[in-house]
Design a protein. Structure first.
Length: 173
């Protein structure tokens, strides 16, 4: 099972559009996959979960999307030159042992020109600390608002191919 995470809780994000498109690519490859939209995180997940008092709803999300997944793809928007704080808070609330030897990948998303290069590198460092295996290929989807429309139709054939090829590589990873 591959879980694709839209790593922001911002409503109407392009990260969610890209994550949905990535899931579609995996489905076309007949891969068992699921989407974890951070908009579904409990409003209070960051407080109790960080201090050993994880709520039942948070335990269910961690079980479904982290423990039961063989591989995780993080679709990560650029926030202040890095990745979203909600992603860091989520990772802090998950037992590190659940990431040990887990196969992961990072797809960077930005409206700028670097495709969240810095955020990808920051997240790579965190995932390595958690002893996860990070796929070598990290697509940088820049100027995302001109690459894919809100309905998930790719307007940029090169970026579509990058996502398609990356999904195929994740299946083989």
């Amino acid at each position: 099972m591959i879980t694709v995470i839209s790593a922001t809780n911002r409503p109407n994000s392009m990260s969610l559009v890209v994550a949905q498109a990535y899931v579609s690519e995996l489905q076309q490859l007949e891969e068992d996959c699921q989407l974890f939209d951070f908009q579904t995180l409990p409003a209070d997940f960051a407080g109790p979960a960080l201090y050993g008092e994880t709520s039942a709803s948070m335990r269910d999300l961690i079980g479904r999307y982290i423990e039961q997944s063989d591989k995780i793809v993080f679709v990560v928007p650029e926030y202040q030159g890095s990745f979203p704080g909600v992603l860091k808070a989520f990772l802090d609330g998950v037992a590190p042992r659940l990431f040990k030897n887990k196969k992961t990948a990072i797809v960077g998303v930005s409206d700028g020109r670097a495709g969240n290069l810095r955020g990808q590198e920051h997240l790579t460092g965190v995932l390595h600390y958690l002893k996860a295996h990070v796929h070598y290929s990290k697509p940088k989807l820049s100027q995302i608002n001109t690459a894919i429309d809100r309905n998930g139709h790719w307007l940029d054939a090169v970026m579509h191919k990058m996502v398609h090829d990356h999904a195929r590589e994740m299946v083989e990873f």
